[in-house]
Design a protein around this ligand. Sequence first.
Ligand SMILES: [Zn+2]
Length: 397
Amino acid sequence: MAIEVVTRDFEVALQIPETDPAGMSETQRRDALSSVRRAEARLAGWRVRLINAERDQLGKGAAEMAARDELQVSKREAKREVETAASLTGLAETWKALESGEIPQKHAWLIAKASWEGPIDEAVLAEAAKHEPYDQFARTVRKEQREHSEDDGQSILDKQCKNRTGRFFESREDGMFVLSGEFDPITGNRLALAISDKERELWREEDPKNRRTPQQRVADALAELILEPKSGQRPRTALLVIADYDMVHRELVNARLCDGTPIPMGELRRLACDADILPGVFRAKTQKLWLGRKRRIATEAQRAALALRDKGCIGCDANPAWCQAHHIQPWSWGGPTNLDNLVLVCARCHHNIHDDGWQVIKCPDSGRYELHQPPDPFPDAGVDAHRPPQRNPVLLN
Ligand SMILES: [Zn+2]
């Protein structure tokens, strides 16, 4: 069932099985999918070789032109192709793993990008790339970069600040206006807080019978924040910063955002001056983190404690700013608004819980909360798992 990559003279040809996937078993389809991944990686390895030879013999500009003409990519992508291909020559292990189909192309590109940004341990990353899905691997790369950075993360943050970019243009295809931007993690987290806060406000004002899609709501939140800023009222952008207290030197050390992104101490002092930090020190007695049945909606302090514990959506790792506090035992069935009955979930995973029966499980080993898909009621029958015909609106909290 595997895809064969066949070369005739200089031409690469693919032999794709003629079997109808509908008639294959689940195991066969999974094997076939994994063979697609290996074939794509091997093709990417061959492409790298071709582009590098073009660049070595005719120069960078000619290689970019060849990529643009023959691969039909944009100018920007052609430039990136040539740069990435060149950097792979210095990353022998990654290149070898790519050419043998062991690591996917996107993973190899990420290793190449990280190698421009600073020192990395290539062997560790190439090994992780063999089995980690892309989003998990991207986190591994970031962690690896932090471990090899020679200061407390200041140089990484400086580079990220320098690479910030914003674009606003009218799409030629459909006349829609597109707004996009890339930001350093500190600015990005503050933007996420401001936008998600506005989004929650819009959600509360909506007619529950006639809701916008989450995407429409985010678009409206952005437009309102830009076009109708409320006079004198700044949007909420208080960051949750976690730090350790060094008892000996009586100072804060090892400051980080709740996803683990380190904050250089210089940056922390600057943020502290703006009073934009929510202290990550919780005194259970004074902060009232155990509300029982007194209150249904989680408080700001509880949300901060949840962000600290869950780090983001327990189902998909989405940023805490986009998450809602979900009652594991529903409020309507007597569930209390206490930390051990609350988890952070994003809107999509919240839907999975309420509409599709996904379950919150506390992992006995790690103590972390996880989201589990309900078991398939018709295993091996070739029938898709049962889905209720209607989606019900999800309750916030
Ligand atoms: Zn999620």
